[in-house]
Design a protein around this ligand. Structure first.
Ligand code: SF4
Length: 303
């Protein structure tokens, strides 16, 4: 592994590359990344970087987002077929039909979506920014796509808006049941339950804190608790442990909390990606321009 890490570091320097890794990637991938963060943090860093090459250790929509926000950079995805099933749960035709049914609604689109769907949206949101952005939109009626769970959580936080939900869900988070969390609490008394808003409404009732992965990191950095039950994709326990080595992080004991797409990214795939400059993420100019509008509005409305 040391040799792989050395070769990645050398290529990174030679190519003036930045490695951005999502918190759901493997521990060893997070350890060699320049930035480990949630979708929002990665999008901001991609937009700001002076590096010539961005290696996006994450799934396809993250690579597309980086390519749109940093059009003068080479954006590489280590694994071309690392996708997001949630993003695939709505296509442009379905969104067009929804827009026709709700013509006065603003379309708020979770960043976990295809570039074509973003191009049809008024604004993108991430789990850390969705509540603030929806609250700041001038329209009362909001069409929220594609994640029904994040959308229902936003609706709870922003009751003054009328939120119309699409039926998409993240297969990793959607399967977790309230009993899974209650069982973990019995096994680990006193643990604080951190939960991602992509979990269902019923399961969210079992949480102490409902937070984006970035929000979880911020809370853990405060070092107020000794033990946490973490209800989101298992990769984040490594991220959290780095921020508070003394605390105990319990990954909920359910095999569903594993995103096999995120875990496709390995040190070997990152090395190959840097070496061969593959797979280059490209987005057509027209579609990129429209999607950029929704992404830039996300960055603006989250200030
Ligand atoms: S954890 Fe869920 S939302 Fe995130 S990439 Fe995997 S399938 Fe998509």
């Amino acid at each position: 592994m040391d040799d792989l890490i050395r070769r990645i570091a050398a290529l990174k320097k030679e190519k003036n590359a930045l490695i951005l890794a999502h918190t759901y990637t493997r521990a060893e991938v997070q350890d060699i990344a320049d930035v480990v963060g949630d979708s929002f943090e990665l999008a901001v860093r991609a937009a700001d970087t002076t590096a010539a090459v961005i290696v996006l250790a994450g799934v396809r929509f993250m690579g597309e987002t980086a390519a749109i926000l940093a059009p003068d950079k080479k954006v590489l995805l280590p694994v071309a077929d690392a996708g997001c099933p949630l993003a695939d749960m709505i296509n442009p035709d379905q969104l067009q039909r929804l827009k026709a049914a709700y013509p006065s609604a603003a379309v708020a689109c979770y960043v976990n979506s295809s570039v074509e769907v973003k191009a049809l949206s008024d604004v993108c949101v991430t789990s850390s920014s969705a509540v603030r952005i929806v609250r700041n939109l001038p329209q009362k009626q909001i069409l929220f796509v594609p994640d029904q769970n994040l959308g229902s959580w936003v609706a709870e936080q922003v009751p003054e808006k009328e939120i119309i939900l699409h039926s998409g869900f993240c297969p990793v988070h959607h399967k977790i049941q309230p009993e899974d969390v209650a069982d973990a609490r019995k096994l680990f008394p006193g643990a604080v339950v951190l939960m991602h808003p992509e979990c269902t409404k019923e399961t969210r009732r079992e949480a102490d804190h409902i937070l984006s992965t970035g929000g979880m990191v911020a809370l853990v950095k405060e070092k107020k608790h000794q033990r946490y039950i973490v209800v989101t994709e298992s990769g984040i326990t490594h991220t959290l442990q780095r921020h508070d080595p003394a605390a105990e992080f319990i990954d909920i004991s359910n095999p569903a909390m594993y995103c096999r797409n995120m875990k496709k990214i390995t040190l070997e795939t990152i090395l190959r990606s840097l070496d061969e400059e593959e797979t280059l993420v490209t987005v057509g100019d027209d579609i990129a321009e429209k999607a950029r509008g929704a992404l830039v509005r996300m960055l603006e409305l989250n200030r």
